[in-house]
Design a protein around this ligand. Structure first.
Ligand code: GAP
Length: 532
Protein backbone atom coordinates (compact mmCIF):
# COMPACT_ATOMS: atom_id res chain seq x y z
CA UNK A 1 0.00 0.00 0.00
CA UNK A 2 1.33 3.45 -0.91
CA UNK A 3 1.71 5.67 2.18
CA UNK A 4 0.02 9.11 2.12
CA UNK A 5 3.45 10.76 2.41
CA UNK A 6 4.39 9.19 -0.94
CA UNK A 7 1.36 10.56 -2.80
CA UNK A 8 1.80 13.77 -4.75
CA UNK A 9 -1.22 16.10 -4.64
CA UNK A 10 -0.29 17.89 -7.87
CA UNK A 11 -0.34 14.56 -9.71
CA UNK A 12 -3.68 13.62 -8.14
CA UNK A 13 -5.23 17.00 -9.03
CA UNK A 14 -3.99 16.62 -12.63
CA UNK A 15 -5.43 13.10 -12.83
CA UNK A 16 -8.78 14.35 -11.50
CA UNK A 17 -8.92 16.98 -14.22
CA UNK A 18 -7.67 14.70 -17.03
CA UNK A 19 -10.11 11.92 -16.22
CA UNK A 20 -13.25 13.93 -15.51
CA UNK A 21 -13.45 13.87 -11.71
CA UNK A 22 -13.02 17.53 -10.70
CA UNK A 23 -12.57 20.66 -12.81
CA UNK A 24 -11.85 24.21 -11.62
CA UNK A 25 -15.20 26.08 -11.73
CA UNK A 26 -15.63 28.54 -14.66
CA UNK A 27 -12.23 27.52 -15.97
CA UNK A 28 -12.62 29.19 -19.37
CA UNK A 29 -12.96 32.55 -17.57
CA UNK A 30 -9.87 31.92 -15.45
CA UNK A 31 -11.62 30.00 -12.65
CA UNK A 32 -12.97 31.33 -9.36
CA UNK A 33 -11.13 30.69 -6.11
CA UNK A 34 -12.73 28.18 -3.77
CA UNK A 35 -15.22 26.76 -6.27
CA UNK A 36 -15.05 23.45 -8.14
CA UNK A 37 -17.14 21.54 -10.67
CA UNK A 38 -17.54 17.79 -10.37
CA UNK A 39 -17.15 16.06 -13.73
CA UNK A 40 -19.01 12.90 -14.80
CA UNK A 41 -16.83 10.52 -12.77
CA UNK A 42 -16.52 12.87 -9.76
CA UNK A 43 -20.30 13.19 -9.68
CA UNK A 44 -20.71 9.41 -9.78
CA UNK A 45 -18.17 8.96 -6.97
CA UNK A 46 -19.87 11.66 -4.89
CA UNK A 47 -23.31 10.14 -5.44
CA UNK A 48 -22.03 6.69 -4.42
CA UNK A 49 -20.74 8.06 -1.09
CA UNK A 50 -23.89 10.13 -0.59
CA UNK A 51 -26.18 7.15 -1.20
CA UNK A 52 -24.18 4.93 1.15
CA UNK A 53 -24.34 7.57 3.93
CA UNK A 54 -28.10 7.94 3.41
CA UNK A 55 -28.56 4.17 3.47
CA UNK A 56 -26.51 3.76 6.66
CA UNK A 57 -28.03 6.76 8.47
CA UNK A 58 -31.66 6.92 7.31
CA UNK A 59 -32.69 3.60 5.76
CA UNK A 60 -30.67 1.26 7.94
CA UNK A 61 -29.12 3.08 10.93
CA UNK A 62 -26.91 1.13 13.33
CA UNK A 63 -28.56 -0.74 16.21
CA UNK A 64 -28.54 1.41 19.37
CA UNK A 65 -26.36 0.91 22.48
CA UNK A 66 -29.06 -1.15 24.24
CA UNK A 67 -29.98 -3.19 21.17
CA UNK A 68 -32.82 -0.85 20.20
CA UNK A 69 -33.87 0.12 16.66
CA UNK A 70 -32.64 3.66 16.02
CA UNK A 71 -35.03 5.92 14.15
CA UNK A 72 -33.68 8.56 11.75
CA UNK A 73 -35.71 10.44 9.14
CA UNK A 74 -34.54 12.51 6.17
CA UNK A 75 -35.00 16.18 5.31
CA UNK A 76 -34.16 18.57 2.48
CA UNK A 77 -34.52 22.13 3.78
CA UNK A 78 -34.04 25.38 1.86
CA UNK A 79 -30.54 26.80 1.46
CA UNK A 80 -31.84 30.29 2.26
CA UNK A 81 -33.80 30.59 5.52
CA UNK A 82 -35.20 33.58 7.36
CA UNK A 83 -32.09 35.60 8.38
CA UNK A 84 -33.24 35.53 12.02
CA UNK A 85 -32.16 31.88 11.93
CA UNK A 86 -28.53 32.89 11.79
CA UNK A 87 -28.87 35.54 14.48
CA UNK A 88 -30.30 33.00 16.94
CA UNK A 89 -27.94 30.21 15.91
CA UNK A 90 -25.00 32.49 16.77
CA UNK A 91 -23.60 32.63 13.22
CA UNK A 92 -24.18 36.37 12.62
CA UNK A 93 -22.35 37.25 15.82
CA UNK A 94 -19.89 34.43 16.17
CA UNK A 95 -19.01 32.71 12.88
CA UNK A 96 -15.85 34.71 12.41
CA UNK A 97 -12.23 34.18 11.47
CA UNK A 98 -9.47 36.53 12.65
CA UNK A 99 -7.66 38.01 9.62
CA UNK A 100 -4.30 39.72 9.25
CA UNK A 101 -2.88 41.49 6.18
CA UNK A 102 0.78 41.77 5.27
CA UNK A 103 1.39 45.49 4.79
CA UNK A 104 4.35 44.77 2.49
CA UNK A 105 2.58 42.63 -0.13
CA UNK A 106 -1.13 42.88 0.86
CA UNK A 107 -1.48 39.09 1.19
CA UNK A 108 -4.20 38.12 3.64
CA UNK A 109 -4.04 35.21 6.12
CA UNK A 110 -6.09 33.72 8.90
CA UNK A 111 -4.27 34.74 12.06
CA UNK A 112 -4.87 31.33 13.62
CA UNK A 113 -3.23 29.67 10.60
CA UNK A 114 0.06 31.49 11.06
CA UNK A 115 2.17 29.79 13.69
CA UNK A 116 5.33 31.15 15.24
CA UNK A 117 8.07 28.90 16.62
CA UNK A 118 11.07 29.89 18.65
CA UNK A 119 14.19 27.87 17.88
CA UNK A 120 17.30 28.21 20.04
CA UNK A 121 20.70 26.57 20.16
CA UNK A 122 21.90 25.64 23.67
CA UNK A 123 25.24 24.34 22.39
CA UNK A 124 25.90 27.38 20.30
CA UNK A 125 24.73 30.44 22.19
CA UNK A 126 26.16 32.80 19.61
CA UNK A 127 23.41 31.76 17.17
CA UNK A 128 20.82 33.17 19.61
CA UNK A 129 17.14 32.56 18.98
CA UNK A 130 15.57 32.21 15.59
CA UNK A 131 11.85 32.54 14.85
CA UNK A 132 10.22 30.39 12.21
CA UNK A 133 6.78 30.99 10.75
CA UNK A 134 4.65 28.04 9.65
CA UNK A 135 1.24 27.84 8.01
CA UNK A 136 -1.09 25.29 9.52
CA UNK A 137 -4.79 24.66 10.01
CA UNK A 138 -4.06 23.40 13.44
CA UNK A 139 -0.86 21.90 14.66
CA UNK A 140 -1.63 19.02 16.97
CA UNK A 141 1.12 16.97 18.52
CA UNK A 142 1.64 14.80 15.47
CA UNK A 143 1.73 17.73 13.06
CA UNK A 144 4.08 19.54 15.42
CA UNK A 145 6.49 16.62 15.41
CA UNK A 146 6.42 16.57 11.61
CA UNK A 147 7.06 20.31 11.52
CA UNK A 148 9.90 19.82 13.98
CA UNK A 149 11.48 17.30 11.63
CA UNK A 150 11.37 19.89 8.87
CA UNK A 151 13.06 22.50 11.05
CA UNK A 152 15.64 19.92 12.04
CA UNK A 153 16.59 19.57 8.39
CA UNK A 154 16.98 23.34 8.06
CA UNK A 155 19.16 23.57 11.15
CA UNK A 156 21.02 20.29 10.66
CA UNK A 157 24.28 22.11 10.11
CA UNK A 158 24.12 23.49 13.62
CA UNK A 159 23.72 19.99 15.07
CA UNK A 160 21.86 20.78 18.23
CA UNK A 161 18.88 23.01 18.86
CA UNK A 162 15.71 23.23 20.88
CA UNK A 163 12.43 24.15 19.23
CA UNK A 164 10.27 25.69 21.90
CA UNK A 165 6.74 26.50 22.58
CA UNK A 166 3.45 25.16 21.59
CA UNK A 167 1.94 27.37 18.90
CA UNK A 168 -0.64 29.88 19.99
CA UNK A 169 -4.05 30.17 18.34
CA UNK A 170 -4.32 33.91 18.56
CA UNK A 171 -1.32 36.06 17.76
CA UNK A 172 -0.16 38.49 20.42
CA UNK A 173 1.20 41.91 19.46
CA UNK A 174 4.69 40.59 20.18
CA UNK A 175 4.19 37.52 17.97
CA UNK A 176 2.99 39.61 15.08
CA UNK A 177 6.22 41.60 15.03
CA UNK A 178 8.27 38.42 14.67
CA UNK A 179 6.12 36.76 12.02
CA UNK A 180 7.44 36.51 8.50
CA UNK A 181 4.98 36.74 5.65
CA UNK A 182 4.74 33.31 3.95
CA UNK A 183 4.13 35.17 0.68
CA UNK A 184 6.89 37.85 0.53
CA UNK A 185 9.09 36.86 3.53
CA UNK A 186 8.97 40.36 5.07
CA UNK A 187 9.14 40.32 8.88
CA UNK A 188 6.84 42.15 11.27
CA UNK A 189 4.50 43.83 8.78
CA UNK A 190 1.18 42.32 9.79
CA UNK A 191 -1.88 44.36 10.68
CA UNK A 192 -3.87 43.71 13.84
CA UNK A 193 -6.33 40.83 13.43
CA UNK A 194 -9.75 41.90 12.15
CA UNK A 195 -12.81 39.67 12.48
CA UNK A 196 -14.35 38.51 9.25
CA UNK A 197 -17.77 36.84 9.05
CA UNK A 198 -17.76 33.67 6.99
CA UNK A 199 -21.35 33.82 5.77
CA UNK A 200 -22.07 34.63 2.14
CA UNK A 201 -25.03 36.97 1.80
CA UNK A 202 -27.60 37.60 -0.88
CA UNK A 203 -30.74 39.72 -1.40
CA UNK A 204 -33.88 37.77 -2.31
CA UNK A 205 -36.46 40.04 -3.99
CA UNK A 206 -36.12 43.36 -5.78
CA UNK A 207 -34.68 45.57 -3.00
CA UNK A 208 -31.01 45.35 -2.15
CA UNK A 209 -30.74 46.84 1.34
CA UNK A 210 -29.81 45.65 4.85
CA UNK A 211 -33.45 44.84 5.70
CA UNK A 212 -33.60 42.40 2.80
CA UNK A 213 -30.27 40.71 3.37
CA UNK A 214 -30.33 36.91 3.66
CA UNK A 215 -27.59 34.30 3.91
CA UNK A 216 -26.58 31.19 2.01
CA UNK A 217 -26.51 28.57 4.77
CA UNK A 218 -23.04 27.89 6.21
CA UNK A 219 -24.23 24.50 7.55
CA UNK A 220 -27.19 22.23 6.84
CA UNK A 221 -27.78 21.71 10.58
CA UNK A 222 -29.92 24.79 11.26
CA UNK A 223 -32.55 23.76 8.68
CA UNK A 224 -32.95 20.60 10.76
CA UNK A 225 -33.47 22.49 14.05
CA UNK A 226 -36.04 24.77 12.40
CA UNK A 227 -38.00 21.68 11.34
CA UNK A 228 -37.77 19.80 14.66
CA UNK A 229 -41.40 20.61 15.54
CA UNK A 230 -42.69 19.92 12.01
CA UNK A 231 -41.14 16.47 12.00
CA UNK A 232 -42.34 15.75 15.54
CA UNK A 233 -45.90 16.79 14.66
CA UNK A 234 -46.13 15.04 11.30
CA UNK A 235 -44.05 11.89 11.58
CA UNK A 236 -44.45 9.04 14.03
CA UNK A 237 -41.17 9.72 15.79
CA UNK A 238 -40.34 9.68 19.49
CA UNK A 239 -37.23 10.97 21.22
CA UNK A 240 -34.61 9.61 20.83
CA UNK A 241 -34.60 10.03 17.05
CA UNK A 242 -32.52 11.74 14.39
CA UNK A 243 -33.06 13.99 11.37
CA UNK A 244 -30.53 13.68 8.57
CA UNK A 245 -29.81 16.00 5.68
CA UNK A 246 -27.36 16.16 2.78
CA UNK A 247 -26.85 19.36 0.85
CA UNK A 248 -24.81 22.35 -0.19
CA UNK A 249 -23.31 24.78 2.31
CA UNK A 250 -21.41 27.98 1.66
CA UNK A 251 -18.63 29.68 3.60
CA UNK A 252 -16.64 32.68 2.53
CA UNK A 253 -13.41 30.93 3.51
CA UNK A 254 -10.46 33.30 3.70
CA UNK A 255 -7.98 30.75 2.47
CA UNK A 256 -9.70 28.07 0.38
CA UNK A 257 -6.99 25.54 -0.34
CA UNK A 258 -5.71 22.00 -0.69
CA UNK A 259 -7.85 21.27 -3.75
CA UNK A 260 -11.44 20.52 -2.62
CA UNK A 261 -10.49 20.19 1.09
CA UNK A 262 -11.58 23.71 1.98
CA UNK A 263 -13.80 25.37 -0.60
CA UNK A 264 -16.37 28.15 -0.49
CA UNK A 265 -19.18 25.95 -1.82
CA UNK A 266 -19.27 22.37 -0.57
CA UNK A 267 -21.67 19.61 0.43
CA UNK A 268 -22.32 18.37 3.94
CA UNK A 269 -23.88 15.21 5.37
CA UNK A 270 -25.25 16.04 8.80
CA UNK A 271 -27.50 14.29 11.29
CA UNK A 272 -28.96 15.84 14.44
CA UNK A 273 -29.82 13.18 17.00
CA UNK A 274 -32.34 14.36 19.63
CA UNK A 275 -32.20 12.53 22.94
CA UNK A 276 -33.18 12.92 26.62
CA UNK A 277 -30.54 15.01 28.46
CA UNK A 278 -29.64 12.19 30.87
CA UNK A 279 -28.95 9.82 27.93
CA UNK A 280 -26.90 12.29 25.92
CA UNK A 281 -23.46 11.16 27.06
CA UNK A 282 -24.27 7.56 26.15
CA UNK A 283 -25.46 8.64 22.66
CA UNK A 284 -22.39 10.84 22.22
CA UNK A 285 -20.13 7.82 22.85
CA UNK A 286 -22.32 5.72 20.55
CA UNK A 287 -22.12 8.07 17.57
CA UNK A 288 -18.41 8.71 18.19
CA UNK A 289 -17.71 5.00 17.69
CA UNK A 290 -20.28 4.36 14.96
CA UNK A 291 -19.05 7.19 12.77
CA UNK A 292 -15.45 6.00 12.96
CA UNK A 293 -16.55 2.49 11.96
CA UNK A 294 -18.60 3.91 9.07
CA UNK A 295 -15.57 5.53 7.48
CA UNK A 296 -13.79 2.18 7.51
CA UNK A 297 -16.63 0.72 5.39
CA UNK A 298 -15.54 3.05 2.59
CA UNK A 299 -12.31 1.10 2.29
CA UNK A 300 -10.10 3.57 4.19
CA UNK A 301 -7.11 1.92 5.88
CA UNK A 302 -7.33 2.07 9.68
CA UNK A 303 -3.85 3.56 10.01
CA UNK A 304 -4.98 6.59 7.98
CA UNK A 305 -7.95 7.40 10.20
CA UNK A 306 -7.98 8.63 13.81
CA UNK A 307 -10.44 10.00 16.36
CA UNK A 308 -9.19 13.22 17.99
CA UNK A 309 -10.99 14.66 21.00
CA UNK A 310 -11.19 18.46 21.07
CA UNK A 311 -9.51 20.34 23.88
CA UNK A 312 -11.77 22.75 25.83
CA UNK A 313 -10.16 25.74 24.03
CA UNK A 314 -11.15 24.32 20.63
CA UNK A 315 -14.86 23.76 21.26
CA UNK A 316 -17.38 25.75 19.19
CA UNK A 317 -19.71 28.13 21.07
CA UNK A 318 -22.56 25.57 21.06
CA UNK A 319 -20.62 22.47 21.98
CA UNK A 320 -19.76 20.83 25.32
CA UNK A 321 -17.76 17.97 23.78
CA UNK A 322 -16.53 17.22 20.27
CA UNK A 323 -14.43 14.60 18.58
CA UNK A 324 -13.10 14.78 15.04
CA UNK A 325 -12.65 11.87 12.68
CA UNK A 326 -9.39 12.80 10.97
CA UNK A 327 -7.71 11.44 7.86
CA UNK A 328 -4.05 11.39 6.95
CA UNK A 329 -4.22 13.54 3.79
CA UNK A 330 -1.04 13.64 1.64
CA UNK A 331 -0.77 17.38 2.53
CA UNK A 332 -1.06 16.78 6.29
CA UNK A 333 0.90 13.52 6.55
CA UNK A 334 2.30 12.32 8.87
CA UNK A 335 -0.34 14.46 10.65
CA UNK A 336 -4.08 14.31 10.13
CA UNK A 337 -6.82 16.74 9.03
CA UNK A 338 -10.55 16.94 9.77
CA UNK A 339 -13.08 14.84 7.91
CA UNK A 340 -16.04 14.77 10.31
CA UNK A 341 -16.90 16.30 13.66
CA UNK A 342 -19.16 14.55 16.19
CA UNK A 343 -20.39 17.26 18.58
CA UNK A 344 -22.43 17.22 21.77
CA UNK A 345 -24.51 20.37 21.13
CA UNK A 346 -26.60 20.01 24.31
CA UNK A 347 -29.85 22.00 24.24
CA UNK A 348 -28.13 25.01 22.65
CA UNK A 349 -29.88 25.15 19.28
CA UNK A 350 -33.44 24.20 20.23
CA UNK A 351 -33.26 26.68 23.13
CA UNK A 352 -31.84 29.41 20.89
CA UNK A 353 -34.66 28.96 18.36
CA UNK A 354 -37.32 28.80 21.10
CA UNK A 355 -36.89 32.36 22.32
CA UNK A 356 -40.10 34.35 22.57
CA UNK A 357 -39.49 37.89 23.81
CA UNK A 358 -40.19 40.02 20.74
CA UNK A 359 -40.91 39.86 17.02
CA UNK A 360 -37.28 39.02 16.28
CA UNK A 361 -37.85 35.66 18.00
CA UNK A 362 -39.64 32.54 16.83
CA UNK A 363 -42.05 32.50 19.79
CA UNK A 364 -42.20 28.74 19.28
CA UNK A 365 -41.42 26.24 22.02
CA UNK A 366 -39.11 23.55 20.71
CA UNK A 367 -39.38 21.05 23.53
CA UNK A 368 -40.61 17.48 23.87
CA UNK A 369 -43.36 15.94 25.92
CA UNK A 370 -42.94 12.23 26.63
CA UNK A 371 -46.47 11.03 27.34
CA UNK A 372 -45.51 7.37 27.70
CA UNK A 373 -42.98 8.27 30.36
CA UNK A 374 -45.55 10.42 32.15
CA UNK A 375 -48.06 7.53 32.34
CA UNK A 376 -45.36 5.10 33.40
CA UNK A 377 -44.21 7.37 36.24
CA UNK A 378 -47.79 8.02 37.33
CA UNK A 379 -48.39 4.26 37.54
CA UNK A 380 -45.19 3.90 39.54
CA UNK A 381 -46.41 6.57 41.99
CA UNK A 382 -43.62 9.06 41.24
CA UNK A 383 -44.27 12.54 42.70
CA UNK A 384 -45.85 15.20 40.46
CA UNK A 385 -42.86 17.55 40.49
CA UNK A 386 -40.49 14.83 39.21
CA UNK A 387 -43.03 13.73 36.59
CA UNK A 388 -43.34 17.30 35.28
CA UNK A 389 -39.59 17.78 35.18
CA UNK A 390 -38.78 14.43 33.55
CA UNK A 391 -41.57 14.18 30.99
CA UNK A 392 -41.22 17.62 29.37
CA UNK A 393 -37.75 18.77 28.36
CA UNK A 394 -35.64 20.32 25.60
CA UNK A 395 -33.86 17.37 23.99
CA UNK A 396 -30.08 17.36 23.82
CA UNK A 397 -28.46 16.96 20.43
CA UNK A 398 -25.58 14.80 19.26
CA UNK A 399 -24.42 15.84 15.81
CA UNK A 400 -22.25 13.81 13.43
CA UNK A 401 -21.37 16.40 10.74
CA UNK A 402 -19.20 15.52 7.77
CA UNK A 403 -18.27 16.94 4.40
CA UNK A 404 -19.46 14.97 1.35
CA UNK A 405 -17.03 16.78 -0.92
CA UNK A 406 -14.30 16.21 1.66
CA UNK A 407 -15.21 12.51 1.62
CA UNK A 408 -14.69 12.56 -2.17
CA UNK A 409 -11.21 13.97 -1.56
CA UNK A 410 -10.49 11.28 1.05
CA UNK A 411 -11.50 8.45 -1.28
CA UNK A 412 -9.46 9.97 -4.11
CA UNK A 413 -6.39 10.31 -1.85
CA UNK A 414 -6.84 6.81 -0.44
CA UNK A 415 -7.29 5.24 -3.90
CA UNK A 416 -4.51 7.17 -5.64
CA UNK A 417 -1.64 4.74 -6.22
CA UNK A 418 1.46 5.47 -8.31
CA UNK A 419 2.27 2.42 -10.46
CA UNK A 420 5.69 3.08 -12.05
CA UNK A 421 6.05 -0.66 -12.71
CA UNK A 422 2.91 -0.86 -14.85
CA UNK A 423 2.87 -0.46 -18.57
CA UNK A 424 0.38 2.14 -19.74
CA UNK A 425 -0.77 3.74 -16.49
CA UNK A 426 1.51 5.79 -14.23
CA UNK A 427 -1.22 5.91 -11.58
CA UNK A 428 -4.29 3.88 -10.76
CA UNK A 429 -7.23 4.60 -8.45
CA UNK A 430 -7.87 1.65 -6.16
CA UNK A 431 -11.44 2.43 -5.11
CA UNK A 432 -13.36 -0.17 -3.17
CA UNK A 433 -15.61 -1.60 -5.97
CA UNK A 434 -18.84 -0.41 -4.29
CA UNK A 435 -17.73 3.25 -4.63
CA UNK A 436 -16.00 3.11 -8.03
CA UNK A 437 -17.73 5.44 -10.55
CA UNK A 438 -17.61 2.69 -13.19
CA UNK A 439 -18.02 -0.85 -11.91
CA UNK A 440 -16.92 -2.68 -15.04
CA UNK A 441 -15.59 -2.08 -18.52
CA UNK A 442 -16.99 -4.27 -21.30
CA UNK A 443 -14.75 -4.73 -24.31
CA UNK A 444 -14.83 -6.73 -27.53
CA UNK A 445 -11.20 -7.79 -28.05
CA UNK A 446 -11.46 -6.74 -31.68
CA UNK A 447 -14.26 -4.81 -33.33
CA UNK A 448 -15.33 -7.67 -35.62
CA UNK A 449 -15.98 -11.45 -35.81
CA UNK A 450 -19.23 -11.26 -33.82
CA UNK A 451 -17.48 -9.92 -30.69
CA UNK A 452 -19.07 -6.44 -30.66
CA UNK A 453 -22.53 -8.01 -30.83
CA UNK A 454 -21.95 -10.19 -27.74
CA UNK A 455 -20.27 -7.31 -25.88
CA UNK A 456 -23.12 -4.93 -26.71
CA UNK A 457 -25.70 -7.42 -25.47
CA UNK A 458 -23.76 -7.93 -22.23
CA UNK A 459 -23.48 -4.16 -21.80
CA UNK A 460 -27.21 -3.60 -22.40
CA UNK A 461 -28.07 -6.31 -19.84
CA UNK A 462 -25.68 -5.14 -17.14
CA UNK A 463 -26.33 -1.41 -17.43
CA UNK A 464 -29.85 -1.90 -16.08
CA UNK A 465 -28.28 -2.74 -12.72
CA UNK A 466 -24.72 -1.43 -12.69
CA UNK A 467 -22.71 1.58 -13.88
CA UNK A 468 -20.78 -0.12 -16.69
CA UNK A 469 -19.02 1.21 -19.78
CA UNK A 470 -18.73 -0.24 -23.29
CA UNK A 471 -15.53 0.54 -25.18
CA UNK A 472 -14.43 -0.84 -28.51
CA UNK A 473 -11.85 1.79 -29.48
CA UNK A 474 -8.03 1.59 -29.32
CA UNK A 475 -5.86 -1.37 -28.32
CA UNK A 476 -7.01 -3.56 -25.45
CA UNK A 477 -3.94 -2.42 -23.40
CA UNK A 478 -4.95 1.23 -23.74
CA UNK A 479 -8.54 0.43 -22.76
CA UNK A 480 -7.36 -1.42 -19.63
CA UNK A 481 -5.01 1.43 -18.73
CA UNK A 482 -7.80 3.99 -18.96
CA UNK A 483 -10.07 1.90 -16.75
CA UNK A 484 -7.25 1.47 -14.19
CA UNK A 485 -6.74 5.23 -14.07
CA UNK A 486 -10.40 5.93 -13.33
CA UNK A 487 -10.56 3.13 -10.77
CA UNK A 488 -12.76 0.58 -12.56
CA UNK A 489 -12.27 -2.65 -10.62
CA UNK A 490 -13.18 -5.17 -13.35
CA UNK A 491 -13.00 -5.46 -17.13
CA UNK A 492 -14.85 -8.14 -19.10
CA UNK A 493 -13.35 -8.93 -22.49
CA UNK A 494 -15.16 -10.83 -25.21
CA UNK A 495 -12.62 -12.72 -27.33
CA UNK A 496 -12.43 -15.49 -29.91
CA UNK A 497 -13.12 -18.20 -27.28
CA UNK A 498 -16.33 -16.49 -26.18
CA UNK A 499 -17.99 -17.54 -29.41
CA UNK A 500 -17.30 -21.24 -28.75
CA UNK A 501 -17.24 -21.50 -24.92
CA UNK A 502 -19.69 -18.79 -23.81
CA UNK A 503 -17.04 -17.43 -21.41
CA UNK A 504 -15.21 -14.07 -21.19
CA UNK A 505 -12.08 -12.96 -19.37
CA UNK A 506 -12.48 -10.90 -16.21
CA UNK A 507 -9.45 -8.77 -15.38
CA UNK A 508 -8.81 -7.49 -11.86
CA UNK A 509 -7.57 -3.86 -11.64
CA UNK A 510 -5.35 -4.42 -8.59
CA UNK A 511 -3.79 -7.84 -9.21
CA UNK A 512 -3.98 -7.79 -13.03
CA UNK A 513 -5.08 -11.43 -12.75
CA UNK A 514 -7.34 -12.66 -15.56
CA UNK A 515 -9.68 -15.60 -15.33
CA UNK A 516 -12.49 -16.93 -17.47
CA UNK A 517 -16.05 -16.62 -16.35
CA UNK A 518 -19.29 -17.77 -18.01
CA UNK A 519 -21.40 -14.99 -19.50
CA UNK A 520 -24.38 -16.00 -17.39
CA UNK A 521 -22.33 -15.82 -14.15
CA UNK A 522 -21.25 -12.19 -14.59
CA UNK A 523 -24.29 -10.66 -12.92
CA UNK A 524 -23.81 -12.79 -9.78
CA UNK A 525 -20.05 -12.10 -9.84
CA UNK A 526 -20.61 -8.33 -9.83
CA UNK A 527 -23.39 -8.50 -7.24
CA UNK A 528 -21.09 -10.40 -4.86
CA UNK A 529 -18.14 -8.02 -5.36
CA UNK A 530 -20.27 -4.88 -4.94
CA UNK A 531 -22.00 -6.08 -1.81
CA UNK A 532 -18.69 -6.14 0.11
N1 GAP B 1 -22.98 21.69 11.79
C1 GAP B 1 -21.65 21.59 12.26
C2 GAP B 1 -20.66 21.93 11.25
O1 GAP B 1 -20.98 22.44 10.19
P1 GAP B 1 -18.11 21.91 10.78
O2 GAP B 1 -16.99 21.18 11.48
O3 GAP B 1 -17.95 23.36 10.58
O4 GAP B 1 -19.41 21.56 11.62
C3 GAP B 1 -18.64 19.83 9.29
O5 GAP B 1 -18.36 21.21 9.38
C4 GAP B 1 -17.84 19.22 8.16
O6 GAP B 1 -18.10 19.93 6.96
C5 GAP B 1 -16.33 19.28 8.34
O7 GAP B 1 -15.86 18.20 9.12
C6 GAP B 1 -15.84 19.17 6.90
O8 GAP B 1 -15.82 17.82 6.48
C7 GAP B 1 -16.94 19.90 6.13
N2 GAP B 1 -16.51 21.28 5.82
C8 GAP B 1 -16.57 22.36 6.62
N3 GAP B 1 -16.10 23.46 5.99
C9 GAP B 1 -15.75 23.05 4.75
C10 GAP B 1 -15.21 23.72 3.61
N4 GAP B 1 -14.96 25.02 3.60
N5 GAP B 1 -14.95 22.99 2.49
C11 GAP B 1 -15.22 21.66 2.46
N6 GAP B 1 -15.74 20.98 3.51
C12 GAP B 1 -16.00 21.67 4.64
Amino acid sequence: MTRPEEKNMDELVALCKRRGFVYPASEIYGGIRGFWDYGPLGTALKNNIRDWWWHCMVECPPIGPDGEVVSIVGLDSAIIQNPKTWIHSGHVGGFNDPLVDCKACNARFRADHLKLFKVNFPENQSLGEIYVTAMADHLDEKAWSSFEKKIRKVFEANRSYVAEGSPSNQLSENDRLKLRCPNCDTEGKFTEPKTFNLMLDTYPGPIRDEDNKAYLRPETAQGIFLNFKNVLDTMRVKVPFGIAQIGKSFRNEVTPRNFIFRSREFEQMEMEFFCPPDESQQWYEFWRNERYKWWLTLGIAEENLILRDHGSDELAHYSSACVDVEYKYPFTAPGYGELEGVAHRGAYDLTAHSKGDNNKDSNTKLDYFDQELQVKMQNEGVDKETIREKSRYVPHVIEPASGLTRAVLVLLCEAFTPTPEREGSKYILKFKPKFAPIKAGIFPLVNKDGMPEIATKLYMDLRRKYAVEYDAKQSIGKRYARMDEVGTPFCFTIDGDTLTTGTVTVRDRDTLAQERIALDKIDAFLAAKLSQ
